[in-house]
Design a protein. Structure first.
Ligand code: FE2
Length: 280
């Protein structure tokens, strides 16, 4: 076991777990440098795809839908001014990189596939864990977009439910620069919606099972230092507010699903049969 009994009890009751000093500051820096190099090499004319959870349906396009087995850059919703020009330099305009960095980039592959993380996955109950997606999240200064309250299982649905998130703060994450907020114990409610491909396969839609509003008043901020790992139950409601500060809030996140669970074709994120999901 990597996780202690105390860790496991906390995770079971709260739906998340904070592991401080999990990643060295040198490693945080090397991931940040690698992500910035990917953005440096990104040609914006490839796409003007914007990531927003506010109007997810409208903004979903093929660039996004086909990113499950690629490394693609997505702009912040507020990256462009009314004339369609970037407000800030390209390096301060990208919302995130996704969604197969762990399979296609050596630096992120090495970081994502360690015996420590494999042990944590086993402690959490995975029999045959698969890394289904990875994202580098920039939360840019001034324009870093809000991510509205959601459950990760809505985006990475399996039967039975199995998704868990590993989130790594690569910089200090505070209320000012848009830290995570979560509802402790909120994973005990059921799944409220699913984010699916629309029937024509060209767009996306939410299937809503429970229209009741999120209990926003129960959210608590998870302010953490660089190097902290946060484990998130797939049913835990969480969000992050916009970053209006002058600092970035870099984070890397990967999600695991159980290989033995069914992964429906209606899920938004798919990958080609030539690149099957792998574990550790
Ligand atoms: Fe999430």
């Amino acid at each position: 076991m990597f996780l202690t009994k105390e860790n496991m009890d906390f995770y079971e009751s709260e739906g998340f777990l904070v592991l401080e000093n999990f990643v060295s500051l040198e490693e945080c820096e090397s991931l940040r440098q690698r992500a910035m190099a990917i953005v440096e090499n990104f040609d914006p004319s490839e796409s003007f795809s914007i990531f927003t959870t506010n109007e997810q349906t409208r903004h979903s396009d093929l660039y996004f839908l086909e990113s499950g087995d690629k490394i693609r850059c997505f702009f912040e919703e507020e990256a462009f001014n009314e004339n369609g020009e970037l407000r800030q330099s390209k390096s301060f305009s990208i919302n995130k990189i996704g969604h197969a960095m762990h399979d296609l980039d050596q630096v992120f592959d090495n970081f994502s596939r360690t015996s420590q993380l494999e042990k944590i996955a086993q402690d959490l109950g995975f029999i045959d864990p698969r890394i289904i997606q990875s994202m580098f999240i920039f939360k840019q200064p001034f324009i870093g977009g809000e991510v509205v309250c959601h459950q990760d299982s809505a985006f990475l649905y399996t039967e039975p439910l199995s998704v868990k998130g590993f989130w790594f703060a690569l910089e200090d994450s505070t209320k000012e620069n848009g830290c995570l907020w979560a509802i402790p114990g909120g994973h005990k409610i059921g799944l409220k919606s699913r984010f699916c491909r629309s029937k024509d396969g060209l767009g996306t839609e939410f299937k809503v099972f429970d229209e009741s509003p999120w209990e926003i008043s129960k959210l608590i901020p998870l302010e953490v230092k660089a190097g902290t790992m946060i484990v998130l139950n797939g049913l835990l409601p969480h969000l992050s507010y916009a970053n209006r500060s002058e600092r970035t809030r870099h984070a890397y996140t990967m999600h695991l699903t159980e290989g033995e669970a069914d992964y429906p074709e209606s899920n938004w994120l798919q990958r080609s049969t030539e690149m099957p999901l792998r574990g550790f």
